[in-house]
Every structure is written in C-alpha cells, then in structure tokens.
Write a protein that binds this ligand. Sequence first.
Ligand code: PLP
Length: 392
Amino acid sequence: MEQIKYWEEDIKICTQVDSGDDFDGAVPMNPGIVMTSCFAFPSYQHLSSAIKQERFNCVYSRGSNPTVQALERKLAQLERAQECRCFASGMAGITAVLFSLLQAGDHVVVVNNIYGPVLQYLNHISKNNISFDHLTEDISPSAVENAIKSNTKLIYFESPATMTFRQTDMQQICVLAKSKGILTMIDNTWATPLFQKPMLFGVDIVAHSLTKYVGGASDLVGGAIMTRSELMEKIFPVGYLMQGGVMSSFVAYLCLRGLLSLPLRMKQHQENGLAVAQFLQKNKKIVRVNHPALRQEDKTLTQKYLLGYSGLFSFVLDSEDFSHIAAFIDHLKHFKKAVSWGGFESLAISPHFGQYDEVKNKGVSKGIIRISVGLEPVELLIKDLENALKNV
Ligand SMILES: *Cc1c(COP(=O)(O)O)cnc(C)c1O
C-alpha cells in the first residue's frame, strides 16, 4: 500500500509544472534555462538585503539560479527532505558535505562497500587528522556500535552497496547514531529517490549522483545533496558557495527533463534487471548473483527499505582469472564496455580492471562482473549473455 502511495505522489512531483515563470497567467511547461552569472537589482538596498540570504535569493549563480532551484525543489520533495542543493557532480556534492562538516580530530565510520572515490577522498583527508574506519564484513548495527569512538562525527554508508549490492539496517544505525549525537549520511544513487526514502528512516543527509538514472541519457554529470535546513545552513556557505562546484542551469534543465520519464524508465530497468538476474542465477558458470531481490540474507531489509529495484547489479563467475573475465566481457556484443551506469544502454565491467587492489576492493570477489541493465529489449540482452557464457 505504502509503495503505491509513494509511487503516485512521486509521479506527480516528477511531472508537475513548476517553472517559476508566469507570462500574464500562462505558465510554460518547462522552466527557462537561465544563463546568467549575476542578477541586477532595482536598487543597492535591494541587492544588499538579497545578498544576506544567498541560499534563497538569486544574486549570483554560484549561490542560487532559478533553473537549478526548480530541480532542487523537485528533488527535495521526492526525497521528503526540507532542502536540496545540486552540484557539478555527485563527488562535488559528497565532498562538499564532508569538507563542510568534518574538522581535524573527527572520526568517520564507513559502513558497507562505498563508491571508490569517496574512500579515496577520506584517505586523502586523513592527513588532516580526520580518521575513518571501514566496515565491510560485519556491517550489523552492533558492529557499527563497536566501531564508534568518542570523536565519531559521522556514519557514512551505501545501501545497497557499490559492487556487492548488500544492504544494511539504516533505521537501526540511525537510532544508534542519534542516541550518541552522530550524523548519518547515505549515498542513495542506486535506488534513485523513487525506490528508497532514507530520510523517512532517520538518515540526516542523502547524496545522489544525478549522472546515473536521473540524467538517464549518459549525457551529463551532476549531483545532489538533500538534508534538513539546519544542516544545509552549515553546508551551503562552505561546501557550496566557497567551494563553488555548482550545477549549470543547462544541466539542471536536462535533469528536469530526465525526471519526466524517470518513473517509467525505472519500472523498465527493474523489469529488465530482474529478468536478466533470474537468467544468470540458473547458469552453472555463475557462483552467485548479487541482485538485492535475490540476496536471501537481505530479504527482511529489502522488504523494509526498498520500494523497487534498479537495473544495476553484479555476479560472480566461477573463475578468478582475469583473462577469463576479460574474455567474457569481450564476448558481449550488446553490453558496452564502459564505466558509469543508469543510461539507456546496457554496460558491463569488472571493477578490478585486471588488477586486484586489497584496499580499494575490500570485500569484492575477484570474479565479479557488474552490469547495468538498460532499456533495450530484454531478450537481446539475455541472448548476448548466454552467448558470452558459452564462450568462457
Ligand atoms: C557515480 C557515483 C558517484 C559519483 O558521482 P559523479 O556524478 O560521477 O561524481 C557516487 N556514488 C555512486 C554510488 C556512484 O555510482
């Protein structure tokens, strides 16, 4: 029931006409792409009062821009957050939050496999005396509790996780964090704002790479951060205005266009992804399929948190030999060999790129292949995989 309720509300939000423009009562279906660096005011006094609240007022496009704001309003509503800010990339958003909220002496608990560059960023800032511990094996709330130190400021996680698509009990982790005054942050890119609503389970900050499903056409790079006003008040002046990794109005327009078809596309990604995952599960050359719907050990978490499945998952071949993995990928004719995901086209990679890195790939088996199941006819994709499996 809940699921249907969110779905209907979300479709309304995605497709709502909210351009902010009004031409004698006639409102355009889409917002204008406002290409301006600065905004002219009728008086110095007007400018002076507007600049005191750059988070809300359009003064300079590194602070606020109407096209970007139109996207931020929709994304905040979809995520059930008070505020949203859009960035030049997912990484710009995530690092803006970490840079704004952490200081020397702070400690971060990282739970589950996370996007590699975020781990690299945490490694990089450890030279500034910001330390972290990374849990990948035991990711239960009790393991998180054991990892918390007196200086822990933030618990950062992904669920379902990058590469393994394993889930963690975010609500329990949030209860624990709140009781100790620790902030929580999730990278919710996999599920999109449609298929998981972390803020409803107590997560303080949600991050998205809009480069993936929200953009949906492999033609842009963008990111978003959603949180409550009290925290955005801290993130905006430093991570947004000072760091300046903001989204352009043109990219915001493309993301708004992406939102129009997001529900329809996600429904099809889900259907295609499930069909491919079920096909792979039956093949003897495949040891396991890491799709949240097929991970029996995560069944209760799936029922509790997920409102649907996207089309990104992984599987493990029965060989750890990189030449076999490369041969399998090269036998695929339809799946393209490329990083990223969330576009129309199906993609396949081995995250190891022929080399096993103990730190970067903690908890990720050598034989793993990640696929992004796209929107092509699913029979084509299954036939392609079937052929590649015959050839390894
Ligand atoms: C791609 C990705 C990011 C980073 O987003 P960019 O837009 O490439 O900066 C962060 N998290 C996850 C899970 C991603 O897949």
